[in-house]
Write a protein that binds this ligand. Structure first.
Ligand code: EPU
Length: 338
């Protein structure tokens, strides 16, 4: 069913709970409806914004464009053999509902991505990742509605241009509306347990996929605030890449600096942005109605009805202070709509 709302309030449609009035909100759940909507309204890139569940977007108070939401939510399983299953899943399914359903079937591959907020359609856009796994590790292809040609197309993994929290979809905002994601999961895929907080599971007898999901949920709940209680978009900044030389100089000055090992062919070092912001003194800081989480400095919180302006003012100050102290430029992770 096509649902059109003029002057739509999006406060409850973004996990930062930022106040936002969009000129129009259109919700559809089939491709036919989508085509109908594109022929009836001016929805060219620049005139429209595609939104999932608003878990990675920073919205302005007034949004003078049409917001489009595709809400189809079916999951289909296509077994390939006794152990391997291809999953065809609609963009409107909540990502963690998919993870739970697959873990319940004993399928392995996405358990480390448990409890990540957002929809399946948003997952490839920023190539969601956690505890050593990224959605690009499991993804076969993406079915999209090409906004320019108005055709449904299949984009193969090799064409998605995936990298750390980045993809062709993120680089070309508004060009593709993601309809479906195809993943490959398996009953025998080895678990990924190298990340510090999952290491205690290594060597545990009869370890199963449900135990890994339970551990990931435990770790995330201990560190990351629930957006329903403290509105947030998860990590607000990407972990920055710096040269070996700069990382060495910083390590000499700050021996406990946290860095991540990257593949050998990558000529840079990834640092923990949370550590940098924390050591620049921001953890738990609060100003006007927004602030920095008191347990994970990478997460910004909207405490009490704060606006995009208040949040971006805080972001500017954090970026400036991390630059002054470490000469590192932090880049926001969510999409900021001005
Ligand atoms: N740290 C501090 N102070 C802080 C926060 C972190 O010193 O306030 C240190 C921690 O002690 C740790 C290191 O920084 O040694 C890294 O922290 P953490 O393990 O929490 O991971 P992260 O690098 O901050 C990334 C992802 C998360 C993902 C986790 C686990 C990014 C931007 N963030 O966080 O993803 O869940 O690793 O894999 O890559 C997200 O994208 O929204 C997200 C939550």
């Amino acid at each position: 069913m096509i649902k059109v709302t003029e002057q739509a309030c999006l406060r409850q449609m973004n996990t930062l709970a930022l106040p936002c009035i969009a000129s129009r909100l259109i919700q559809v759940d089939t491709v036919e409806e989508l085509k109908q909507v594109y022929s009836s309204y001016n929805l060219d890139t620049g005139n429209s914004l595609i939104i999932g569940s608003g878990s990675n977007v920073v919205l302005p108070e007034i949004l003078e464009i049409t917001v489009l939401q595709f809400t189809a939510s079916a999951i289909k399983l296509h077994p390939q053999d006794d152990v391997s299953v291809n999953i065809e899943v609609d963009a409107g399914v909540l990502w963690d509902d998919l993870v739970k359903a697959m873990v319940d079937k004993g399928l392995r591959g996405i358990e480390n991505l448990s409890l990540i907020p957002g929809t399946v359609g948003a997952a490839p856009v920023q190539n969601i990742g956690a505890y050593g796994v990224e959605v690009s590790d499991l993804l076969l292809s993406v079915e999209v509605f090409n906004v320019q040609t108005r055709e449904v197309e299949t984009i193969r993994h090799s064409e998605c241009d995936f990298s750390y929290r980045d993809s062709a979809f993120k680089q070309n905002p508004g060009q593709f509306l993601i309809l479906k994601v195809f993943l490959n999961l398996s009953k025998i895929r080895p678990f990924t347990l190298g990340y510090g907080e999952l290491k205690p599971l290594l060597g545990r007898k009869n370890l199963n996929v449900a135990a890994i999901r339970a551990r990931v949920i435990e770790v995330r709940q201990a560190k990351l605030p629930d957006p329903k209680v403290l509105p947030n978009v998860g990590s607000f900044f990407k972990n920055p890449l710096v040269s070996f030389k700069q990382a060495e100089e910083l390590k000499a000055q700050y021996p406990d600096l946290v860095s991540y090992q990257l593949p050998l062919n990558v000529q840079s070092v990834k640092l923990a942005a949370g550590w940098l912001i924390d050591h620049a003194g921001w953890k738990g800081h609060r100003e006007s109605r927004v602030g920095v989480h008191d347990q994970q400095a990478l997460v910004l919180i909207n405490h009490a009805g704060g606006t995009q302006q208040e949040l971006l003012s805080l972001v500017g100050k954090i970026k400036h202070s991390v630059w002054e102290k470490f000469q590192i430029r932090l880049e926001p992770e969510p999409v900021i709509i001005i």
